[in-house]
Design a protein around this ligand. Sequence first.
Ligand code: AMP
Ligand code: ZN
Ligand code: FE
Ligand code: FE
Length: 289
Amino acid sequence: MLACCDLHTHSSFSDGSLSPGELAQAAAAKGVKYWALTDHDTVEGLSEAAAAATGAGIILIPGVEISVEDYENRPFHLLGLGLDGRDGSLRALCRRQTERRRIRFLEICERLKKNGIDIDGEKLTASFRGAPGRVQIARELITRKLVKSVDEAFYRYLGSASGNAVPFRKTPLEEAVAAIREDGGLPFAAHPLSLNLNWDRTEAFLADVRDRGVAGTEVAHSGSTLTRQRYVQAIAQRLHLLMCGGSDFHGAGKPQAALGRLSNGKPIPLTFLPEVLREKYCQTEQKRV
Ligand code: AMP
Ligand code: ZN
Ligand code: FE
Ligand code: FE
C-alpha cells in the first residue's frame, strides 16, 4: 500500500467519534504514515495519540484546530501542525476556549429545553473529555432518536437557522498564530473554501492571513473536489504558502470524510506533507531506530 498522510483529523477529545487510540489503529490500517490529530480548541488528546501512534507504527504530527475570530462574518479555522506540547500560551489558550465552549454548551442545552428537549448539559459534558461542541449534542439527539444524522441535528436544532445557535468568543488570529509558533508549530488556514468566498476573495483572504503570520493553507481536503483543490494549490503557489492536506475525519458523524483519503477516494499523497514537517518528524523516526 502506498504511504499517505492525513494532517487533519478529530478524535473523541473534540467532536470525533473515535478515541486517539482507535484513530491511530484506523490510520495505520489505511496506510497513513504521517498522522496529525487536530482536535478543536484542545491539545488534551495528544499524549494518548503519541503513545498510540508509536504502538501502531505510524508518525504523529501533534496538531490542533483553533476556531479563530470570524473572517468577514464567516467561520475561520486555523490548523496548528508540528506542536512541541509545551505548557505555554497554546495550552492556556485551549483551556480558555474549552471553558468558553463548556459555558456555551450548557446555554444551548438550556435553549433546547424550550424546545421540549431535556438534556442535562452538566452531566453530558462530564461524560466526555476535551472540548465540548455542538456535534456532541447532535449525537445525544441521535441517541434519543430525535434526529437521524448530525446534519439533521444541525438543520433542526443546532445550526444558525434553528434559533438555538449560541455564539462563543473566538481567539483573535494573531493570538492563535503566536501561540502555535511559540509551541514550535506552524499555522495553516484550514479548508479555505469553506469560507465560501469567490476565487478573487479567497486569494485576498489567504494573502491577508499570510501577512498576519499564517505559514500555509490546507489544499487537499476531503470536502473539496480535485478541480477546486487545483485552484487552491495555484493560489498557494502564487502566494508562496506552504501546503498541507487532510481528510477532516470525524468518524461516524461525518461519513463522507474517509481517513487518509481525498474526495475521490484516493490516498492523500505525501506532497501535502510540508517538507519542514517531514524533516522534523523523520528525525524522531530515525532516533527511535
Ligand atoms: P462547534 O465547533 O461546536 O461550533 O461545531 C461546529 C463543528 O461541527 C464544525 O467544525 C463541523 O466539524 C461540525 N459539523 C458537523 N455537521 C455540521 C453541520 N451540518 N453544520 C455545521 N457544522 C457541522
Ligand atoms: Zn469538528
Ligand atoms: Fe474546521
Ligand atoms: Fe476539522
